[in-house]
Design a protein around this ligand. Structure first.
Ligand SMILES: Cc1ncc(COP(=O)(O)O)c(C=O)c1O
Length: 375
C-alpha cells in the first residue's frame, strides 16, 4: 500500500511517547504563557498590531511576488536599513522566515569545495542549511572554539563556522569572541544565528554579536528572526554589503520565495522602533529569566543557568516531560516541552521563556505550578 510505512512510523512514535499534536490557541486564552518566544511582549502591542494593519492597508495582504520581481516594497527596504543600523551592520536582507534566512546564509556562503564547521547544538534550520549546502560539513563539540580551530587546520579553500548565539534548547550562550578569533586565524567566515539574542542581549537589545563586539566585522554574518523579540514573522541576514549583494544573486530561499508579507514587515518595523524608544525592555527579559531560574533551583528543580531569556528544566524521560507539560497546562500554565528528536542529546526538558511583561506574582505562580506538578 502507498504510504504504508507511515503507519509503521506512527506506531513506533506512539510507543516511544513521541507523538506531536497541534493545539489551536484561543484568542483570549487564560493560560499563563511561558511557552511562546514573545520575549518582549510585543506581539500584541497596539503599536505593533497597528504597524501590521497599516502596512496591509497600504501594500496589500501579500507581497505579490518574489523579492526580485514585485515582492520588494519600500517598507521592506526601510526595515532592512533600520535593522542593519540597529544591530551595527552595513546591510540587511529580509526573508519570509528565520528558517529561510539560515538556509540562505549557509548555502550561499558554503560553495562546492568549502568546509562548514557546525556546532553540535545548532538549531535545525542551520543543520538543514548545512545539509543543503555544496560544501562539506564537520560537526564539532558544543561551544568549543578550539574544536572549531582544529577543524579548520589544514583545510584548503573557503571555510565558514556556523553557530547559534544563544542555543534554543538550553538557552546557553556561545563563546562569540573565541569563535571569531578561531575563524580569523584561519581566514574563515563566521555565521551566527541570533534568533534568541536580538531584543534580549546587547545594548538595548542590539543582539549578542553587538554585545561581543563582532557586529559589523567584514568576516561575520548574522541571521535573525523577526518572530521572537520583535513579535512579528520573518527573518533577516545582516552583514557586509558585498555579502548581502551575493545573497540577492545566489540564495535560493531568497530568489525563489515570495517576499515577506507587508503586514509582517510593518509589525517588525514598529516593534524595532518601540525597542529603540524603550531599551529597558531588553534587560528586563534577562532579569525575568534569572529570577525564574533562581526560584526554580530554590524549589529543588534542575535548571540550566540562563544567558538570555530561555530557561531549560530537566525532565526524567520523554514521557514524563510530556505529562509534566500537560499537568502544567491543566493547572493554567503553558510551557514548552522538548524531547527527542528535537533534542539531539536525548535529554528531555521543559522549556520556559521569560517575558518582559511577566509580573513577580506570575513568576511565583509559574514556579509553584512547575514544582507541584513535577514527576
Ligand atoms: C535558533 C533559531 N533559529 C532559527 C529559527 C527559525 O526562525 P523562524 O521561526 O523565523 O523561521 C528558530 C525558531 O523558530 C530558532 O530558534
Amino acid at each position: 500500500m502507498a504510504f504504508g510505512w507511515i503507519d509503521e512510523q506512527a506506531e513506533l512514535r506512539r510507543r516511544a511517547g513521541l507523538v506531536r499534536i497541534l493545539r489551536p490557541r484561543a484568542a483570549g486564552t487564560p493560560l499563563l504563557d511561558l511557552a511562546s518566544n514573545d520575549y518582549l511582549g510585543l506581539a500584541r502591542h497596539p503599536e505593533v498590531t497597528e504597524g501590521a494593519a497599516r502596512a496591509a492597508r497600504t501594500w496589500g495582504g501579500g507581497a505579490t511576488g518574489s523579492r526580485l520581481v514585485t515582492g520588494t516594497t519600500e517598507l521592506h527596504t526601510e526595515l532592512e536599513r533600520e535593522l542593519a543600523g540597529f544591530c551595527g551592520f552595513e546591510a540587511a536582507l529580509v526573508f519570509s522566515s528565520g528558517y529561510a534566512a539560515n538556509l540562505a546564509a549557509v548555502t550561499a556562503l558554503a560553495p562546492h569545495g568549502s568546509l562548514i564547521v557546525s556546532d553540535a547544538g545548532n538549531h535545525a534550520s542551520l543543520i538543514d542549511g548545512c545539509r543543503l549546502a555544496r560544501g562539506t560539513t564537520q560537526v564539532v563539540a558544543h561551544s568549543d572554539p578550539d574544536a572549531v580551530r582544529q577543524a579548520l587546520v589544514g583545510h584548503d579553500g573557503p571555510a565558514v563556522a556556523v553557530s547559534d548565539t544563544v542555543f534554543s534548547v538550553d538557552g546557553d550562550a556561545a563563546p562569540l569572541t573565541g569563535l571569531a578569533e578561531a575563524c580569523r586565524e584561519h581566514g574563515a567566515g563566521l555565521v551566527l544565528d541570533d534568533a534568541h539574542g536580538l531584543g534580549v542581549l546587547g545594548d538595548g537589545g542590539r543582539g549578542a554579536p553587538h554585545a561581543a563586539g563582532v557586529a559589523g566585522a567584514e568576516d561575520v554574518v548574522v541571521t535573525v528572526t523577526l518572530s521572537k523579540s520583535l513579535g512579528s514573522q520573518g527573518g533577516a541576514v545582516l552583514g557586509p554589503a558585498r555579502v548581502i549583494e551575493h545573497l540577492v544573486n545566489a540564495a535560493r530561499t531568497f530568489i525563489f520565495d515570495t517576499g515577506l508579507a507587508p503586514a509582517a514587515a510593518g509589525a517588525a518595523l514598529a516593534a524595532l522602533r518601540l525597542l529603540r524608544r524603550e531599551p529597558a525592555r531588553a534587560a528586563r527579559a534577562g532579569a525575568v529569566a534569572r529570577e525564574l531560574y533562581d526560584r526554580l533551583t530554590a524549589a529543588g528543580l534542575e535548571a540550566v543557568p540562563p544567558d538570555a531569556a530561555v530557561v531549560s528544566v530537566r525532565a526524567p524521560s520523554p514521557e514524563q516531560a510530556v505529562r509534566w507539560a500537560a499537568d502544567c497546562r491543566a493547572a493554567g500554565l503553558s510551557v514548552g516541552c522538548f524531547r527527542p528528536p528535537s533534542v539531539p542529546d536525548g535529554i528531555s526538558r521543559l522549556r520556559l521563556t521569560a517575558r518582559t511583561d511577566l509580573s513577580g506574582a506570575e513568576i511565583e505562580r509559574a514556579v509553584r505550578v512547575i514544582g507541584e506538578t513535577r514527576p
